[in-house]
Each structure stands twice: as structure tokens, then as C-alpha cells.
Design a protein around this ligand. Sequence first.
Ligand code: UDP
Length: 244
Amino acid sequence: MSSSTTESRRRVVLKLSGEALRERGSTDNISPEIVDRMATEVKEAVSSGNLELGIVVGGGNFWRGAAASARGMDRATADYVGMLATVMNALALQGALEDKGVTCVVQSAIEMKNVAETFIRRKADRHLSEGRVVIFAAGTGSPFFSTDTTAALRASEMSADVVLKATMVDGVYDSDPKKNPDAKRYDRVSYKECLSKQLKVMDATAFSLCMDNHIPIVVFDLAPVGNVRRALVGEDIGTVVDAG
Ligand code: UDP
């Protein structure tokens, strides 16, 4: 945790996939109602004053570089498109948070000064210390990475206590729960076990960054109403991945 924060405050990086902002089955890329719900949950969690919150948003509700590249597009170009997609999500979320009175800054890894601050680590750290929510947009700013890796990177740079990965499954399983009805969900599992059993938590780059920097990862299901708030305030939810 940053030296400028009090002991009781918890610094968290929440990773929200782009799909989290889309209504399942809808053709709209962003659902204003879902964005509003996310913002409500974030507001409830930050209003305790014990939380310093950075949010990394994905862009998969609009675009994924790897998928476009598989269909013939140059990968780096496709990835830049993907990074720009994350900025749209970030602005939508910022708007909803500000509507609810949550002070929120978007920092973009690709300079876009009419709509967002440019990512500057020390400034982001200051915003967090002073209680502002920071949304990290445009991924790492480099192609060939993911927003999971962005979350792990920003968490490492910001000395976060944990990465919360909000996703479509309720934790980490010993096998694919969609294929194996007997798959067992872990409440807690070590980095080592994830590696030896090749359990899917985050992509390899993101996972290594968290492991090397001793940052626990909590994988949880974002769909049930209240889960994002629960994860943010540190309730037992999903699976904790740590050194064991
Ligand atoms: N992306 C990138 N570099 C980064 C982060 C993201 O090139 O540091 C691109 C990549 O094309 C990716 C897209 O942005 O597919 C959207 O991000 P991601 O797939 O991680 O979004 P999510 O699946 O979380 O919605």
C-alpha cells in the first residue's frame, strides 16, 4: 500500500471486462442500465472511505485484437483499435460514477487529452491516496497485451493490495465447469497450484506479474447484483489466488 495512505485503507484494482458492461444477448455494446448498476455498487463500496480504487476496463464488448487478427487484420493495428474501445467504456463508467457524486478520473495510456488525463503513475497514485477513483483506460498503451495484464501492471505500479477480477464465472475450478459437472471450485488456491495444474486465472503475463509482485487475485462472478460491492469491500467471494 502507498506510504501516503493510512493503514486501514485498502488499495484495490478492479478489472472489469468489457462484456461486463453489455447486457447478455443484446446488440448494444454498452448497456447504460448495467453501467449505472456498476456505478451504484462502486459508490456503495467507496462511500465507506476505507477503499482506494483503481478500475481497469476491458474492451471486449466492442473489439478484441486477437479475433480481428485471426480474420486477417494486422495484429498491432487491431490491438490499437481494441485499446481505443476500452476508452469508450471508461468514459461511460466515469460518467455514471460522476452522476452519483463519485469523484473519478480517467487516465489513458494513449494520450487523448480532450477526454482523459494521460497515465502518469505518480499522479494516479496521488488521486488514489486522495480518495478519487481512477479508471485506467487504453490498456498498457502497447499492442500484444491484454487488459488483464494492464490490471496486474497498474496494481504492481500502484502497490495495490489485491486485483479483483470480475468475470463470468464464480471462481477458479479444477476443471472446466461447463464440461465437467463434478468440477470443484476453490475458495483459495496458490499461484503454484494454478501453474502446476494449468488452472485458468488470467493470461500468463498478467498472472506472472501478480505472482512476482505478491499481489493476490480474487476471481468472482460479476453477474449477481451486489457482487462487485461485496468484492470491493473484501467479503469472502469467489476464489482467492495467492502465495498460499
Ligand atoms: N489491448 C492491447 N493492449 C493492452 C490492452 C488491450 O492491445 O495493453 C487490446 C487487445 O486487442 C484486446 C483489446 O484491447 O483484445 C480489448 O481488451 P481485452 O480483450 O483485454 O478486453 P476484455 O476481454 O477484458 O473486455
